[in-house]
Write a protein that binds this ligand. Structure first.
Ligand code: NAD
Length: 244
């Protein structure tokens, strides 16, 4: 028996990076986990991969229905699916704003809305949102991404207030730069990947990138019964980035 034995979870964006590390850790601790993603074929067993596009309400509702029916109940939702964006308010056109906010903010709302009825049935209901230190750090060339994650942090606090009396806890984790396929894609597109990697490392006071497993450990802590009195918390996992 472990802390998560008998519990179930949905992890969005669970086919890669932080989401996959979180799903694996939840499963290792005894939970049964469904990963909702655009690429469910990339989800390894025993995790359950289900196709979902968080920008499409019908797709989200169908995927959540399949997950809850298959798992038999729902205790934990990890809203993790997200995309990046670089640029300033001048360089990102309107359609780019709509595209990123639709995934990072409205996507989280769609998935949460679809999951709430099942979460209300759980005595251990918890939602953890993957936010970012960009929500508060004032990073250059990240206007749109920072705005999207600022909204996720605000939403976390508002959702925590709205749902605490029905027994649903809501918290978020704010990672610094994490070594995931997303960051590797960014690096390989850079003019000088080695210089870019050094700059990303230097931004963290620890001098190294955060690992996906370290972020997963924070998410799983907030998702579990041992955090039963924690709601509305914002947990930074950023290698000391805030202090720079
Ligand atoms: P990743 O690209 O490795 O994984 C993201 C996953 O989300 C992918 O599997 C992708 O298919 C899925 N996804 C994207 N759009 C989707 C959609 N419309 N519907 C369903 N699934 C979709 O990225 P990651 O680095 O693991 O990032 C995960 C989360 O962590 C994101 O919310 C990101 O903003 C946040 N984050 C990442 C970092 C970092 O440095 N990597 C830092 C802070 C926060």
């Amino acid at each position: 028996m472990t802390e998560f034995t008998g519990l179930t979870a949905i992890v969005t964006g669970g086919a890669s990076g932080i989401g996959l590390a979180t799903a694996r850790l939840l499963a290792a601790r005894g939970a049964r986990v469904a990963c909702l993603d655009l690429t469910p074929e990339a989800v390894p067993e025993p995790l359950l991969g289900i196709r979902a596009d968080v920008t499409d309400d019908d797709s989200v509702r169908a995927a959540v229905r399949t997950a809850v029916t298959t798992l038999g109940r729902l205790d934990i939702l990890v809203n993790n699916a997200g995309i990046g964006a670089q640029g300033t308010v001048e360089s990102n056109p309107d359609d780019e704003w709509h595209r990123v906010l639709d995934v990072n903010v409205v996507g989280l709302v769609r998935v949460t809305r679809a999951c709430l009825p099942a979460l209300r049935e759980s005595p251990h209901a918890a939602i953890v949102n993957t936010c970012s230190i960009a929500a508060t750090a004032g990073l250059p060339q990240r206007a749109l991404y920072s705005a999207s994650k600022g909204a996720v942090q605000s939403l976390t606090l508002a959702m925590a207030a709205d749902h605490v009396r029905e027994g649903i806890r809501v918290n978020c984790v704010n990672p610094g730069t994490v070594d995931t396929p997303w960051v590797r894609r960014l690096l390989s597109a850079a003019a000088d990947p080695d210089a870019e990697f050094a700059a990303l490392r230097a931004r963290q006071a620890t001098g190294r990138l955060v690992s996906a497993d370290e972020v997963a450990a924070a998410i799983v802590h907030l998702a579990g019964p041992s955090a039963a009195s924690t709601t509305g918390a914002v947990l930074a996992v950023d290698g000391g980035m805030q202090g720079l």
